[in-house]
Design a protein around this ligand. Structure first.
Ligand code: PXP
Length: 239
């Protein structure tokens, strides 16, 4: 199972001060050096975290399997055609939402979704559709010509612990269904140390994409050494 690290929230922190630090491109390098298999970046229409230049730089400078998460709009499809990442994940996008709130409705989607999949997969980009663990949505993804789906794990990850086993079983069934239709199956959204195990145990899921938890928890797991280093520099300056 590949781990794709979503570095969007490094850009969120950077943008909070309007400068250049912390840099999501550097985070992509660190993620790869730490054992990630790929990096996910969501370029939102409003550019609230990742910016075009971040994506261009990761595509050009970082040895990684870049997964470009994007809405099915002409602007994003054209950018993806130009950058030609190995993979892209098409998600629904609403301006008001804090994060992607659910899977794409591949059944109700207009003709542009099919066109986007055709244009991108024609360039050899692996196109995945972010969908709920729902048999009809998965079948539609296959019909539309996607090579993969990414199961939305947000509802599972946010559920009460006693409700999670049943939801994980639903993801396992969806993953088997996807595989039987010849689709690669990925999963992501809201996963953490507490929720990864049942998802990682599903053999048909070949990739997980994790962002917010990893970036947030690194504040705690990395805060002590950063304070120690700063103390050391202060002490050294004082002789
Ligand atoms: N997969 C998709 C399609 C997403 O939209 C997101 C959030 O940007 C993720 C995975 C990662 O979710 P999280 O940041 O909650 O780990």
């Amino acid at each position: 199972m590949r781990l794709s690290v979503n570095v969007d929230h490094v850009a969120t922190l950077r943008n909070a001060r309007g400068g250049t630090f912390p840099c999501p491109v550097e985070a992509a390098r660190v993620a790869m050096a730490a054992g990630a298999d790929g990096v996910t970046m969501h370029l939102r229409e409003d550019r609230r975290h990742i910016r075009d230049r971040d994506l261009e730089r990761v595509a050009a400078e970082v040895e990684t399997r870049l997964n470009f998460e994007m809405a099915a709009t002409e602007e994003m499809v054209a950018l993806c055609e130009r950058l030609r990442p190995p993979a892209c994940c098409i998600v629904p996008e609403k301006r008001e939402e804090l994060t992607t709130e659910g899977g794409l409705d591949a059944i109700k989607a207009g003709p542009f979704l099919a066109e986007a999949i055709k244009r991108l997969s024609g360039l050899g980009i692996e196109v995945s559709l972010f969908v709920e663990p729902d048999a009809l949505q998965i079948a539609r993804a296959a019909e539309l010509g996607a090579q993969a789906i990414e199961l939305h794990t947000g509802t599972y990850a946010e559920a009460a612990p006693e409700a999670r086993a049943a939801l994980a079983a639903k993801h396992a069934e969806a993953a088997r269904h996807a595989k039987s239709l010849g689709l690669q199956c990925h999963a992501g959204h809201g996963l953490s140390y507490d929720t990864i195990t049942p998802i990682a145990a599903i053999p048909e899921i070949s990739e997980v994409s994790i962002g917010h938890f990893l970036i947030s928890t690194s504040v705690f797991e990395g805060l002590a050494p950063a304070i120690g280093r700063m103390r050391g520099l202060i002490a050294a300056a004082r002789g």
